[in-house]
Design a protein around this ligand. Sequence first.
Ligand code: LLP
Length: 426
Amino acid sequence: MHIKDSFTYIEKPDGEKSMHAEEVPLALLANKIGTPLYVYSSLGLTERFNALKKVLPAALICFSIKSNSNISVIRTLSSLGSGADVVSGGELHRALHAGIEAKKIVFSGVGKTDEEMAAALNANIKQINVESVPELELLNKVALACNSVAPVAIRVNPDVDANTHNKISTGRKEDKFGVPYKEAIYLYSKIKKLEGLESVGIATHIGSQLMTLEPFSEAFRKLSSLANNLKNSGHNIQSIDFGGGLGVNYTGNAALNVSDYAKIVKTAADDSGCQIIIEPGRFISAPAGVLITRVLYIKRTEAKIFAIVDSAMNDFIRPSLYDAWHQVDPIYYHQKSSPLQTVDIVGPICESGDFIAKERDLPPLTTGDLLCIRDAGAYGASMSSTYNSRAPAGEVMVSGKEWDIIKIRQTIEELISQENFARWQK
Ligand code: LLP
């Protein structure tokens, strides 16, 4: 299935091309609002959500809020009928605030606090994915105190290697996530005995940025056979939550086929007679966003040419943290420009690990040039920090010819407003 790119060059009569988000020139946004700046395409989000809906029409698609938690992004998806996968009280708040129906929200994560559990129960969300015995016991206590019965799915660790980056692999037995496959039945029997709990389904999530289907296939088969065993032993299993993890094509190589993924999901669900839940994050949001940055300086050393830009690892940490490769394109591009030069694109932060891209062949760059870092809509803004006392990039949503600021970049006064001198220093 081909999903159109929402960030494309439009050529002017003089042969110069300028990158647009839908119908809005990225340079216009950079000049009006300033850089660094995240730009999201409403159409991109919509088309990617709908591509999944098309292949899994009966599934509950719970957008993984951690991939992009801007309330405008969430609202774009909630208006299409999306649910949400949340992993904290903060994400739960955002999802509800942006209009996601409580009955479409699943709460995942290994370390929920009692306050977060109470918030989820009071909101009446669809299910809480539990990952350990002590968590199950605390949830029972909290539910009884809230006069409610918690809808539980046990997150099972199927011990399957997702063949992805070590830091984002979650389904092997040495990972901290989920309950070992063999212990899951014990947890369901515990749910039956505890009055504050009822079982509603079963869940897994084996990792992120999967580029092959085999690990999904193995994990989902294991999960559906466990669901059948549980049902046969009298447990209430109405749904299987298959988690997220669908990889995207950062490098231009073949991407994972969504229809084939859907087939695997459907087969596993049909075998168990369960409703399907999926928790995609990156697949929906990554290609629907870019980060625009401006070149501050060109620095030539004996070894390299560095383009020092105004975005850094505090805005976008994926290259530093995972050695992630993101395509970087000039926002203006002229066919007749001089031969390409190999440059490292680096940020102003005082660490050698602060880079955006290494050894890229680009037209010669100069101070003031604008660059577009692609596929930055997932785990970009949501992982930003204020390291080096830098306010994270602002954010803009585009729809057709329209655009609006959906996150204002903070000022330094706002950044320090939560801090104060100790009593004896005033
Ligand atoms: N469900 C659960 C329980 C998860 O932990 C995650 C991601 C997802 C769904 C969504 O996975 P996705 O469809 O986006 O692959 N910061 C890393 C990715 C961390 C993923 C954590 N969990 C990165 O930038 O690559």
